[in-house]
Design a protein around this ligand. Structure first.
Ligand code: 3PG
Length: 213
């Protein structure tokens, strides 16, 4: 595992963020996550200002690990990197895009949920995959079943993770960390509920520690 994998594993939870008003919300959100002991963010390209959001979060909290999510094109990889993104997450497996990230030297976590996806990931020498959408694709049971033939991979399940199931997921050693939007929902961000976000992060970190004993 590389240094980014290790930092993600240490934190155990990766907030998946869509920011509609980065100029207003990126800095306070970054500070709220760090105050909750979750200094990592996957900023998705689902909103137009993702590049600006990455830059502003990194500026506000330089110690934070900031990556880009919902990356679908090479142009978005370039935009994310120029903004300072330290990792790339893609919703599905696109070999060309994985190779492009590897050429650029940035860790990439492609979404994989099937044996076919895992075979493809193996060819690219990947060690950590995003398992997306986790709950909708069979959840923990499927992750465990897939790990029998593909024991070389660790995964980051995302999609349907909540405070209710986080601990159960993290108790499985195949899982490096979970991704989720429950602590950074559009409702919380629109309402600028920074303290509530910090509380949800602290509660998540408590569960990470409990799950790992
Ligand atoms: C993602 O893109 O990773 C997911 O939309 C996050 O899923 P969640 O909203 O169910 O946490």
């Amino acid at each position: 595992m590389n240094a980014v994998d290790q930092k993600i594993e240490e934190i155990g939870i990766v907030p998946v963020i869509k920011l509609n008003h980065p100029e207003r919300d990126a800095a306070p959100l970054a500070k709220a996550l760090c105050a909750g002991d979750v200094p990592v963010a996957e900023v998705t390209f689902r909103a137009a200002g993702a590049e600006q959001a990455i830059r502003l979060m990194k500026e506000a909290c330089p110690q934070m690990l900031v990556g880009a999510g919902t990356v679908l094109t090479e142009a978005q990889v370039d935009a994310a990197l120029s903004a300072g993104a330290e990792f790339i997450v893609t919703p599905g497996f696109d070999g060309g895009l994985v190779a492009y990230c590897q050429k650029k030297g940035v860790p990439v976590y492609p979404g994989c949920t099937t044996p076919t996806d895992y075979h493809a990931a193996l060819k690219y020498g990947l060690e950590v995959l995003k398992f997306f959408p986790a709950e909708q694709s069979g959840g923990l049971q499927k992750i465990k079943a897939m790990s029998a033939p593909f024991s070389m991979f660790r995964v980051m399940p995302t999609g349907g993770i909540s405070l209710q199931n986080l601990k159960e997921y993290l108790s499985c050693p195949v899982i490096i960390a979970c991704g989720g939007s429950y602590m950074v929902t559009e409702r919380l961000i629109e309402a600028q509920s920074w303290e509530e976000i910090t509380c949800l992060c602290k509660e998540s970190r408590r569960l990470v520690k409990e799950a790992r004993g």
